[in-house]
Design a protein around this ligand. Structure first.
Ligand code: NCD
Length: 319
């Protein structure tokens, strides 16, 4: 029994529930617990047990997605739950009629036990969480945060390298508009002896508020425009695409060519290091790199299923 308060058997009232909106709710012990839970999820996939039987996930995507939506929906189905989904909510939900996000969430929370929300505006998931009677999971809010991506990135680093401490992690590409790198930088800062190297053009630098927070947490940070010079020093290279959809105009992309990871760049990366990417890639990792054992991005995407199973089990289970 937990957050269900039975006023009468027919009218349950939910007490406030936890949400996963940004890295702030995730302290080190919760991250560890979720990563351990994710590691156990393969046995549920294999064994076909159904701990979330009778639970419903609503996935509300106001922005394009392949991996995040399908892995969340697959995760819920693998756990024995069910899914209701608005795939293209900007055009096919009542948002087209002018309904506010808050009203949509109030209504959908009455149909589901957990909501996964992707939205183009920074802060949308936080607004949703404030009015939702069921847990809200942020599946990306504009250039804001993407906490479950950061969790699956941590899971991947640990699976590939065996640790989350004593690491030098390079993040490259569009650090200004990329939400995955923001969430990952903050989540990595929970672990000891982690150094971050931000590689970007000056106009695509990591957000100043994140840099300030990392400084406050005493995380060593290096910023550079030269991927080749830092590649030999890294344990992890996390490459990202230019977020064209977040630029003020299509013309703004001119001259913003990101460094490309190709076979020549991979020769500079240490033999033990891994190459990650949240995907989709659009040219910033050459296909020739896929055959390199250090290319971890497809394994990383697959880990999303296990990590999202753990997150759903945490937020939608036990009621
Ligand atoms: C990322 C996102 O949506 O922020 N994709 C994902 O969820 N794996 C990265 C991106 O779109 O560039």
């Amino acid at each position: 029994m937990s957050d269900l308060l039975a006023v009468s058997p027919a009218v349950p009232v939910r007490l406030p529930s936890p949400h996963l909106v940004d890295a702030a709710v995730l302290d080190r012990s919760l991250v560890e617990a979720l990563l351990q839970s994710a590691a156990r999820m393969q046995s549920i996939v294999d064994g076909g047990t159904t701990p979330l039987r009778g639970r419903i996930l609503a996935s509300l995507f106001f922005e394009a997605s392949t991996r995040t939506r399908l892995s969340f929906e697959s995760a819920m189905l693998r756990l024995g739950g069910q899914v209701i989904s608005v795939q293209d909510a900007l055009t096919s939900s009542s948002a087209t009629k002018g309904e506010s996000l808050e009203d949509t969430i109030r209504v959908v929370a009455g149909y589901a036990d957990v909501i996964v929300l992707r939205h183009p505006e920074i802060g949308a998931a936080d607004r949703a969480a404030r009015v939702s009677s069921c847990p809200v999971i942020n599946a990306g809010d504009g250039a804001g945060h993407h906490p479950t991506q950061a969790l699956l990135d941590l899971f991947t680093i640990r699976a590939e390298l065996g640790r989350l401490h004593s690491l030098r992690v390079g993040m490259s590409g569009d650090l200004k508009h990329g939400r995955t790198v923001r969430s990952l930088a903050l989540m990595l800062s929970l672990f000891s002896d982690v150094e971050l190297v931000f590689v970007s053009a000056p106009s695509l630098r990591m957000d100043a508020a994140i840099l300030a927070e990392l400084q406050r947490r005493r995380v060593p940070v290096t910023e550079t425009i030269d991927l080749r010079s830092v590649a030999p020093t890294l344990d992890v290279l996390y490459q990202t695409r230019l977020q064209k959809e977040r630029l003020p105009s299509p013309d703004a992309a001119h001259g913003l060519d990101l460094p490309i990871v190709n076979a020549a760049l991979m020769r500079l990366l240490p033999p033990h290091a891994i190459l990650m990417h949240p995907l989709p890639r659009v040219g910033e990792i050459a296909p020739e790199v896929d055959a390199d054992a250090r290319a971890a991005y497809f394994r990383q995407a697959r880990n999303g299923l296990l990590v999202r199973m753990a997150v759903l089990h945490w937020l939608a289970g036990g009621r």
